[in-house]
Design a protein around this ligand. Sequence first.
Ligand SMILES: Cc1cc2nc3c(=O)[nH]c(=O)nc-3n(C[C@H](O)[C@H](O)[C@H](O)COP(=O)(O)OP(=O)(O)OC[C@H]3O[C@@H](n4cnc5c(N)ncnc54)[C@H](O)[C@@H]3O)c2cc1C
Length: 150
Amino acid sequence: MRIVEISHDECTHLLNRVSIGRLASSLDNQPYVVPVCFAYEPNYLYVFSTVGKKIESMRQNPKVCMQVDDIASPSNWMSVVVEGNYRELQEAQYSAEKERAKERLSRSSEWWVAPLAQRREHTSDILIEPVFFRIDIQSMSGLRGIPEAE
Ligand SMILES: Cc1cc2nc3c(=O)[nH]c(=O)nc-3n(C[C@H](O)[C@H](O)[C@H](O)COP(=O)(O)OP(=O)(O)OC[C@H]3O[C@@H](n4cnc5c(N)ncnc54)[C@H](O)[C@@H]3O)c2cc1C
């Protein structure tokens, strides 16, 4: 297998095609990573979330990283790493932007919101406060694994 860098366009194609990534935040020198669904728009990644450890962490330290991949096999894959800043979209000025991104995220959120609500009920924490945020993209890099035969 060879590993090559991919272009910015190839990175954005992957971000348009794939809707689940691993979101990393960090608080007090302790990294924290969870899978989330996202929607890509030029310069931004949009995410719909519940309040919990990741939101509390990003509210204190807005520097975040998202890793997204498409793995066909151990020697045939693409991976993109996005670095950026967390921005909550609660104010009225973001309403139109929020609606547009919500529309794109609606299909993917259906299947994780219900199980999460169930888990919160089991742990007696029934508060599910939705938070809508975006990652302002600062930088992006991508790698591709290519089988030797190609
Ligand atoms: C494919 C997929 C897509 C998802 N998409 C979204 C999304 O778009 N938005 C969203 O908010 N959530 C999504 N989730 C759920 C997400 O990964 C988190 O579990 C959830 O958001 C709670 O995170 P939290 O930081 O608020 O954890 P809290 O509820 O505050 O939980 C605290 C503790 O629970 C543990 N924990 C939490 N989440 C996980 C996890 N995923 N795996 C292992 N341990 C965990 C950690 O030890 C953590 O310290 C998705 C999950 C999957 C599998």
